[in-house]
Ligand binder design. Structure first.
Ligand code: NAI
Ligand code: MG
Length: 351
């Protein structure tokens, strides 16, 4: 298989963790005989420095000509006092919107040798293997806003089409996983939620192999902590998904191992770690590259349909942790602390 990938290293530890993930991608290419052609471009703070634009036209053009995008992270104190249009995170918002990446996927899976880092009891955290699917380009964050002295409002609008495409996406994902879908809403009070529920009920007919449940968001907020092992795929709107995905991200207790994807219906997608640019440890070889490496696994699976290759990346990452090798963020008493590059080389040796 031949694929074109745009690589956007970004700022801080972004270039370091992306370099690791690219090495792993090349190792997979070599082992399974695929050719991954890489084009590098600028986004975020480094793009502001070079082009005075957090998402330059040059970068958009390169992304348009590719099959998927791998992103590191953006931001840092250097740009904190810039005006809104010249802030690094503007580049992120713009690229998601520009490519209509409406489905945000955030998997959370327990890694047995890292259970000690979870704030939950090990017996609660050990069975966690879930994915939050958040609608990313509609809803209350994008609705008309109004403010005067005496009142303020934010309009929450969802069209049937917007709900249909995210719900279809979630059903397809459930099929690739354990075949369970939990749709989250607030249908007891919100009209948008009642439409959401109606669409899920309609789509259900097309996926008889997927088991569906509807749940209210407040109830899910509790159950994610008391019984997170219950969930497989969780699909929800933009605001509920924002909150629940952050809640779910603390279950494993390690920001450094959480990948994400933002995709659309033709499988084009942007893959990036959940963490930021970690300026406090940048340039010191301390960054944990696991989240970005696991984001590459998501790219292989969801954009390229390479299930076996994706599983091999995930297996290799787990194996290195199980052997007791960690980067500084996860190192404990009797473990071996490796640099970003040393840890990456272990993963490549596994592959
Ligand atoms: P952060 O995620 O960059 O860092 C939080 C803490 O976790 C820091 O102590 C950091 O050293 C540590 N950490 C994060 N990733 C790590 C890794 N891979 N390995 C080891 N340790 C890791 O969040 P923070 O500090 O709030 O933000 C720093 C900058 O990143 C800000 O400019 C922020 O705007 C930006 N940011 C960018 C995001 C993105 O590009 N998607 C997301 C979140 C923040
Ligand atoms: Mg958030």
């Amino acid at each position: 298989m031949e694929k074109k990938i745009t690589v956007l290293p970004g700022d801080g530890i972004g270039p370091e963790v992306v370099a690791s993930a690219v090495k792993v991608l090349q190792a997979i290419g070599k082992r399974y005989n695929h050719e991954f052609q890489l084009s590098y471009a600028a986004i975020g703070g480094s793009a502001i420095d070079e082009y005075n634009n957090p998402l330059p036209d040059e970068t958009i053009a390169i992304c348009e000509a590719s099959d998927a995008i791998l992103l590191g992270a953006v931001g840092g104190p250097k740009w904190d006092n810039n005006p809104p249009e010249l802030r690094p995170e503007k580049g992120l918002l713009k690229i998601r919107k520009r490519f209509d990446l409406f489905a945000n996927l955030r998997p959370v899976k327990a890694i047995p040798s890292l259970l000690g880092a979870s704030p939950l009891k090990s017996e609660v955290a050990e069975n966690v293997d879930l994915m939050i699917v958040r609608e990313l380009t509609g809803g209350i964050y994008f609705g008309e806003k109004h403010r005067d002295y005496g009142q303020a409002s934010d309009l929450n609008i969802y069209t049937r089409e917007e709900i249909e495409r995210i719900v279809e996406n979630a059903f397809e994902l459930a099929r690739l996983r354990r075949g369970k879908l939990c749709s989250v809403d607030k249908a007891n009070v919100l009209e948008t939620s009642r439409l959401w529920r109606e669409v899920v009920e309609e789509k259900k007919e097309l996926y008889p192999d997927v088991e569906v449940e509807h749940n209210l968001v407040d109830s899910v907020a509790m159950k994610l902590i008391t019984n997170p092992g219950h969930y497989d795929v969780v699909v929800t709107d933009n605001m509920f998904g924002d909150i629940l995905s952050d809640e779910a991200s603390v279950i494993t207790g390690s920001l450094g191992v959480l990948p994400s994807a933002s995709i659309r219906s033709d499988n084009f997608g942007l893959y990036e770690p959940v963490h930021g640019s970690a300026p406090d440890i940048a340039g010191q070889g301390k960054a944990n590259p696991a989240a970005t490496i696991l984001s590459v696994a998501m790219m292989l699976r969801y954009s390229f349909g390479l299930q076996e290759e994706a599983a091999e990346v995930e297996r290799s990452v787990s194996a290195v942790f199980d052997d007791g090798y960690y980067t500084a963020d996860l190192a404990k008493g009797n473990s071996r602390t490796l640099t970003t590059d040393e840890w990456t080389d272990r993963v490549i040796a596994e592959i």
